[in-house]
Design a protein around this ligand. Structure first.
Ligand SMILES: Nc1ncnc2c1ncn2[C@@H]1O[C@H](COP(=O)(O)OP(=O)(O)OP(=O)(O)O)[C@@H](O)[C@H]1O
Ligand SMILES: O=C(O)[C@H](O)COP(=O)(O)O
Length: 401
């Protein structure tokens, strides 16, 4: 899969007493009372930070939170400080800004092994514009740069891309490296047979991923809302299921491509249908080709779960992106949960299982199986772009290995 190269690693950098600017992705969900509802990304950032602390670096953390337009207290990174301090076992200092004199003063007072968190870098519009002057100011706080923000590596922003031009060395952190190892390495050189499971709502958002994976996989299982566009293209009745009418030809051509490449493309044979899009809808299981008018498919059915499981049994590498159904509604979560369980079981038997970010990760976490998988990506958009074979600007900007 296309990425530029192998990137320079943290272990090569000389760290003692050095000011290290570390771009992390601390874009975590917070509730109305500013409680962190999922700290996965904070925990994922810890190994790199601990390593830097251990080698006596002065650690300057920079991240965004949300998509603020200018300074917006709701998007302050302050509520993250206690959790970050707890996980690191050191007291993390908070800066009220991310550039400027006050921040410079705080950084110069930082002891070796000390950690400071800069305020939300997106409080400046220059961040998303990748403004070189802003990047220079950010870079001036440090001696070297570590990018560990895999989740934001698909953005060419000042803190993810621009700063790398002003700081040498610019290297990948451990999380970034691990994400690339799995989402690029394991996918480019998979142990075979190699299977991909692609779900989610629309085929239009997954075209790139499906086309790219068709070049590599032996088996492709499709689920989620996109399957109805495939059924419709095959001439089946789909009731009021989600269909992208302008993508019927595309669906047909993807099926033909799979055939020409010898990829076994499996669509669910049965589906769970609902009489409305709601958690309390009436539901029943029908063959995929017989969805009555007024009903919509919201999950894959039990026969499909069985045949998908059997297709996965003989594989050695599996990558999964996108849920099999509307897993947010308990009644339509069985397909997604069954796939999560199957992957957990196969992981235990030595199969490499990679969950490619976004909603599939949320689904795996919901059933408590995250620690059973070989790799769970912390990136939604970033993992999708990597799986499409794109190069990420935040990776491209780093030094070559
Ligand atoms: N049959 C269906 N009909 C309608 N929506 C569906 C269906 N199956 C799944 N979905 C919805 O698809 C959504 C996820 O789609 P999306 O394409 O965003 O997946 P994803 O790849 O996991 O996300 P991301 O792009 O963040 O990685 C879920 O909210 C789920 O409810
Ligand atoms: O949550 C994410 O996908 C990343 O933190 C990037 O956020 P963004 O989509 O607002 O750039």
């Amino acid at each position: 899969m296309a990425t530029k190269k192998s990137v320079g690693s943290l272990k090569e950098a000389d760290l003692k007493g050095k000011r290290v600017l570390v771009r992390v992705d601390l874009n975590v969900p917070l509730d109305d009372n500013f409680n962190i509802t999922d700290d996965t990304r904070i925990r994922a950032a810890v190994p790199t930070i601990k390593y830097l602390i251990g080698y006596g670096a002065k650690v300057i953390l920079t991240s965004h939170l949300g998509r603020p337009k200018g300074v917006t207290p709701k998007y302050s990174l302050k509520p993250l400080v206690p959790r970050l301090s707890g996980l690191l076992g050191v007291e993390v200092k908070m800066a009220n800004d991310c550039i400027g004199e006050e921040v410079e003063k705080l950084v110069s007072g930082l002891p070796d092994g000390g950690v400071i968190l800069l305020e939300n870098v997106r409080f400046y519009k220059e961040e998303e514009k990748n403004d070189p002057e802003f990047a220079k100011k950010l870079a001036s706080l440090a001696d070297l740069y570590v990018n560990d923000a895999f989740g934001t590596a698909h953005r060419a922003h000042a803190s993810t891309e621009g700063v790398a031009k002003f700081l040498k060395p610019s290297v990948a952190g451990f999380l970034m490296q691990k994400e690339l190892d799995y989402l690029v390495g394991a996918v480019a050189n998979p142990k075979k047979p190699f299977a991909a499971i692609v779900g989610g709502s629309k085929v239009s958002s997954k075209i790139g991923v499906i086309e790219s994976l068709l070049e590599k996989v032996d088996v492709l299982l499709l689920g989620g809302g996109m399957i109805f566009t495939f059924y419709k293209a095959q001439g089946h009745a789909v009731g009021s299921s989600l269909v992208e009418a302008d993508k019927l030809d595309l669906a047909t051509s993807l099926m033909e491509k799979a055939k020409a490449k010898g990829v076994s493309l499996l669509l669910p044979s049965d589906v769970v249908i609902a009489d409305k899009f709601a958690a309390d809808a009436n539901s029943k299981v029908v063959p995929a080709s017989q969805i009555p008018d007024g009903w919509m498919g919201l999950d894959i059915g039990p026969d499909s779960i069985k045949s998908f499981g059997e297709a996965l049994d003989s594989t050695k590498t599996i990558i999964w992106n996108g849920p099999m159904g509307v897993f947010e509604f308990e009644k339509f979560a069985a397909g997604t949960e069954a796939i999560a369980k199957k992957l957990a079981e196969l992981s235990g038997k030595g199969v490499t299982t990679i969950i490619g970010g976004g909603d599939s990760v949320a689904a795996v976490e919901k059933v408590g199986l995250a620690d059973k998988m070989s790799h769970i990506s912390t990136g939604g958009g970033a993992s999708l772009e990597l799986l499409e074979g794109k190069t990420l600007p935040g990776v491209l900007a780093l030094d070559d290995a």
